[in-house]
Design a protein around this ligand. Structure first.
Ligand SMILES: [Zn+2]
Ligand SMILES: [Zn+2]
Length: 221
């Protein structure tokens, strides 16, 4: 059975329901091999990543799951997206996600475009009605576009997949887990990809090759 890599999850450090350790334990039971805990950050709480890392170290030292500390830069002025992403890295985030222009929330316009221009960003999450231009820049800068398993954010999955495939930008499939019932297995993630219109070959890239590419880019494997 294929193991799952999920690079977008929330713990109690933002609006998730679980402590980092319980999130890791529950993900591990569903055959998640690697997860990134990417709590929502702005300048007020970005330093909490240092605390998150204490729990992650305990898990990684003792359990058979690889947990990566990360952050999701969320609803900040576009002028500070890169600054907050850089700060997150300085506090130890290895995977930096930006909360893209989802159809489910009033994310400020320009967030997608600013995120795909930042060298500190790895994944543009749930980018809603992303444009061809934004996807092209994402491709140039090795920033991955997210297909989301999360209700609401998933409304634009078909569009995101279509635009990404049109320009050859890389996709990943993440849960954006906030509560235990949001966690999924590899096979369930596959269905999310199929629902977005991905072919078997595109699915293999989005579920296996691309997340590995991100982990390698940040020297995590
Ligand atoms: Zn959230
Ligand atoms: Zn999120």
């Amino acid at each position: 059975m294929n193991k799952r890599i999920d690079l977008h999850m929330h713990s109690l450090f933002s609006d998730g329901e679980l402590l980092p350790s319980e999130l890791a334990r529950r993900a591990s039971v569903l055959d998640n091999e690697t997860i990134a805990i990417t709590d929502h950050v702005d300048s007020s709480n970005v330093s909490s990543i240092a605390k998150l890392i204490d729990a992650i170290d305990d898990v990684n030292d003792n359990w058979d799951i690889n947990v990566v500390p990360g952050a999701e830069v969320t609803h900040v002025p576009i002028e500070v997206i890169d600054k907050v992403a850089k700060k997150a890295r300085d506090f130890g985030a290895k995977i930096v996600v930006v909360h893209g222009e989802t159809l489910a929330e009033p994310v400020i316009e320009g967030t997608n475009l600013t995120a795909v221009k930042s060298e500190n960003v790895d994944i543009l999450a749930h980018p809603g009605l992303i444009t061809i231009e934004e996807a092209e820049i994402a491709k140039e800068n090795n920033i991955f576009l997210e297909i989301s398993a999360r209700a609401g954010h998933s409304l634009a999955n078909g569009h995101v997949a279509k635009v990404a495939n049109e320009v050859g930008a890389d996709l990943v499939i993440n849960t954006d887990t906030h509560s235990p019932d949001n966690l999924i297995t590899f096979d369930e993630a596959k269905k999310i990809g199929l629902g977005a219109g991905l072919t078997e070959k595109q699915l293999e890239k989005a579920l296996v090759e691309n997340p590995i590419k991100i982990l390698k880019k940040r020297y995590l494997i």
